[in-house]
Design a protein around this ligand. Structure first.
Ligand code: AMP
Ligand code: MG
Length: 411
């Protein structure tokens, strides 16, 4: 460990840059019914075909009036009603008002709505406790929210639960989106046992696929689970071939650390081109990236924390680019004061797992304990990464560190 760890290891920023510079967004588009489009990336600008609201309407339950008549302070008779969806279309004689409800169309000639709390119904008509109200008071004018032809959402936006009702407001029922990147993934290792079966000597449960899948799906990509594959070159090669025929990206876990890396590398070199990288990050050093004939390849380390961490930190930005999600932003760093010590040796960028809290507007962070890359509890307990710079050594309580709050894909 220590500073001797760094030579030959690629800084994470360089690795990101190398990956992203090679990847081109998927151009294939499809038309989808609006309710099915959640999580897809828009392939078109959404222009409003209408004004919103489409007509002047009342913001209150009350009475539509003409201000010049209201100002006289006389009772006004009720000429009729305007309810939501049932506009008033009768005669509106002088010295009268129209009973109106929220969302109902404003009758022509009306220049204010008086809320019902300021009105009382008497035998002589409606009397009002106000005489002088502002022009267009309690009226929501046509196009107040959105004008016809306004760009409401831009190409490259990933559709959130807030975007779908926004588009519905415009009456748009079908939209054009980019096809979601397809990500095929599998675990490798003779030691892996399916969940629900008893462990034999030397076996562990295959947890990595259960960490990788939600990170793919929460990120708006399609996940194709190819299972757990034993460390057998023929089976591995066949699985790689199948994976690249099904997907845009092939993600594996395990088999890239010293020992197993050699035959993984052999297989990959037969099927494509590999920039087998060792990154200057901890955990996650044995991360690999390359291209197969028909897909990109990301080889995650087998240790469960490393697998989820490299998927989140390195693969997600790549998926964002592939998906055409131009508005995606990497998690921001926030300074926080440490509440505990953090063990660290200079040499690599550490992504330690922490728990942050906010007190009086200040961020504080404590360690989740055991930071072994095999100890998944450190991820499960955490709500942020504590990103410790390469040169940095042990951190004492009370020092300032940078934290990255987990984004929605880890929640
Ligand atoms: P490897 O990268 O294959 O050398 O694996 C490194 C460590 O991660 C070993 O302790 C493996 O047993 C463990 N590991 C590999 N794959 C998985 C998996 N799918 N689920 C849980 N642990 C794994
Ligand atoms: Mg292995």
């Amino acid at each position: 460990m220590g500073c001797c760890d760094a030579p030959g290891l690629m800084p994470i920023e360089d690795a990101m840059e190398k990956m992203l510079s090679r990847i081109q967004p998927i151009q294939t588009t499809q038309r989808l019914p609006l309710p099915d489009a959640l999580g897809y990336v828009l392939a078109e600008d959404i222009l409003s075909p209408i004004n919103v609201p489409p007509f002047d309407n009342s913001a209150m339950d009350g009475y539509a009036v003409r201000r010049s008549e209201l100002a006289l302070g006389q009772p006004l008779t009720v000429a009729g009603k305007s309810f939501a969806g049932q506009p008033f279309d009768g005669e509106w004689p002088a010295m009268s008002c129209v009973r109106i409800m929220t969302g109902a169309q404003i009758p022509p000639g009306c220049d204010a709505v008086v809320m019902q709390e300021q009105a009382s119904v008497t035998n002589a008509g409606v009397t009002f406790s106000v005489r002088d109200v502002p022009h267009n008071d309690n009226i929501r004018p046509t196009g107040d929210d959105i004008h016809h032809n306004d760009v409401v959402l831009s190409r490259g936006a990933r559709l959130t639960p807030r975007d779908i009702p926004m588009i519905a407001t415009l009456g748009v029922s079908q939209i054009t989106v980019y096809q979601k990147p397809k990500v095929a993934f599998f675990s490798t290792g003779d030691e892996l046992k399916p969940l629900g079966e008893p462990l034999q000597a030397g076996q562990i449960y295959d947890s990595n696929r259960y960490g990788i899948k939600p990170l793919i799906e929460n990120f708006g990509c399609e996940a194709i689970d190819l299972g757990a594959i034993p460390d057998c070159p023929q089976t591995l090669k066949a699985t790689f071939e199948k994976a690249q025929s099904l997907a845009d990206v092939v993600v594996t876990s395990g088999g890239v650390s010293v020992g197993e890396a050699d035959y993984t590398k052999d297989i990959l070199e037969q099927l494509g081109e590999i920039g087998f990288w060792k990154l200057a990050i901890k955990p996650g050093k044995p991360f690999a990236f390359g291209s197969l004939q028909n897909a990109w390849f990301c080889g995650l380390p087998g240790n469960p924390v490393s697998a989820v961490l490299t998927m989140y930190v390195l693969v997600q930005p790549m998926l964002a680019k592939l998906a055409g999600h131009t508005e995606w932003q990497a998690p921001q760093s926030i300074p926080a004061t440490t509440r505990t010590t953090f063990k660290k040796a200079p040499g690599r960028t550490d992504y330690q797992r922490g728990i942050y809290s906010i007190e009086n507007g200040q961020f504080f962070v404590e360690t989740t304990g055991n930071q072994s890359s095999g100890a998944f509890r450190s991820m499960s307990l955490a709500n942020c990464f504590v990103v410790l710079e390469r040169e940095r050594g042990r951190v004492e309580a009370g020092e300032t560190v940078n934290i990255q709050l987990f984004n929605a894909t880890l929640y």
